[in-house]
Design a protein around this ligand. Structure first.
Ligand code: ZN
Length: 315
C-alpha cells in the first residue's frame, strides 16, 4: 500500500531523538512521501534540512498565522494576544498552564517564535521556491480570541485563554498576511496548505476572492455548508488519523469525493490515540477509516490518494 503524509512537523522537539526510526517505520508501512511543514522562518529552514536528509521527505514553507504576528505581540499591539507555549516545540502544543501573567507570556512567546519581518520571509520563500512543493501551513486562526467551545476541536489543537480583540485589529492583520502569502503562492505556482481555526468562513472567502485553485484544507473543522463550498471549488481536504475518534472527520469524508481527499498526520499532533505522539506511519489509520466510510478496499483508497498527491504536488 502506497502511503502519503502531506502534512507533518518532523522538526518538532518530540522527534528530536528518534526521527530516523519514525521515517523507517513510515517506509516499512509503504510510505512514499511526507510533506514536512514549516510554520515560521526557523522551522522553514529546519524543514529544508530534514528534506535534504531523507529521500521521502518533501518540504512546504509556511507562515503560521499566529507566528506571523510575533512582531505585533512584541510591540504590545495585540491586547495581550498570545498562544499556548509548548515545552520546546515550535507549533501550538497541548494545553499547559502557567502562573506567569499574560503580558510576560506573550513576550516570551514572541521571543520563542522569533520576531521576523513577514515580507523578508516571503522574499526568502520566493528565492527558495524550487526547493518546496507547497506553501503552508498558512491561514487564519481566531481561536485565541474567544473561549474554545467544548468538544469542538481535539485537545491536541491546544486550548488558549480568552484574549480580547474587540477592535478586530488582530483578525485584520492575520487576513492581510494571509492575502500576501496567497499572492506569492500564486506567483510561484504552488499549492497552498490551509490552517483555519474558528476562521473557516473568512479563510474560504479570501481563497475565493483570490481565485486560488490548488487548495488543501488541512484538518478542517468547518461546518457542512463550508465543506460543500470547498468541494464545489475543486479543493482538497486532508484527513488526520484523529478521524478514528472524531465524528466530524467521518462526516467530512462522507461529503468529499475520494478524488479530493488526501491523508496527513499533523504529527506530532492529532494522534488516533489520545495523548500519544502521532507519526507519519499512522496515515494507515486514516486510509482504513476512509475505506470503511466509502465502502472500498484499503488498497484502492491508498492508490487513489497517492495519485491525488502526485498530481497536486507535481511529485
Ligand atoms: Zn500543522
Amino acid at each position: 500500500m502506497k502511503l502519503v503524509d502531506i502534512h507533518a512537523h518532523l522538526e518538532h522537539a518530540r522527534f528530536e531523538k528518534d526521527l530516523d526510526s519514525v521515517i523507517e517505520r513510515f517506509k516499512k508501512a509503504g510510505g512514499e512521501f511526507i510533506i514536512e511543514s514549516g510554520v515560521n522562518p526557523a522551522t522553514n529552514r529546519v524543514a529544508l534540512e530534514i528534506a535534504e536528509k531523507y529521500d521521502v521527505v518533501k518540504v512546504s514553507f509556511g507562515l503560521y498565522p499566529i507566528d506571523a504576528l510575533a512582531k505585533e505581540v512584541e510591540a504590545g499591539e495585540s491586547e495581550g494576544f498570545l498562544r499556548e507555549i509548548a515545552p520546546k516545540g515550535v507549533h501550538q502544543g497541548g494545553a499547559r498552564t502557567s502562573s506567569r501573567p499574560p503580558a510576560q507570556m506573550a513576550s516570551a512567546e514572541a521571543d520563542r517564535v522569533g520576531k521576523f519581518d513577514v515580507d523578508e520571509e516571503l522574499a526568502w520563500i520566493e528565492e527558495n521556491a524550487d526547493k518546496c512543493v507547497a506553501i503552508g501551513e498558512i491561514g487564519l486562526d481566531y481561536n485565541s480570541y474567544s473561549r474554545p467551545a467544548r468538544n469542538s476541536v481535539p485537545s491536541e489543537l491546544g486550548t488558549s485563554p480568552e484574549v480580547p480583540d474587540s477592535s478586530g485589529k488582530m483578525r485584520e492583520k492575520q487576513k492581510e498576511v494571509f492575502r500576501k502569502v496567497l499572492k506569492l503562492a500564486k506567483k510561484i505556482d504552488k499549492p497552498v496548505v490551509i490552517h483555519s481555526r474558528k476562521a473557516e468562513e473568512d479563510a474560504i472567502d479570501i481563497l475565493e476572492e483570490l481565485k486560488m485553485k490548488a487548495v488543501i484544507m488541512h484538518c478542517f473543522n468547518g461546518k457542512k455548508s463550508l465543506i460543500k463550498r470547498g468541494v464545489d471549488n475543486g479543493w482538497f481536504f486532508s484527513v488526520p488519523p484523529v478521524i478514528a475518534r472524531l465524528e466530524h472527520f467521518k462526516m467530512l469524508v462522507e461529503m468529499v469525493p475520494l478524488e479530493q481527499l488526501l491523508t496527513e498526520t499533523d504529527a506530532p499532533y492529532l494522534s488516533p490515540v489520545a495523548g500519544e505522539r502521532n507519526e507519519s506511519a499512522n496515515v494507515v489509520v486514516t486510509i482504513g477509516e476512509i475505506a470503511k466510510i466509502k465502502g472500498l478496499g484499503e488498497d484502492e483508497v491508498a492508490e487513489q490518494i497517492f495519485n491525488n498527491v502526485k498530481n497536486l504536488f507535481n511529485l
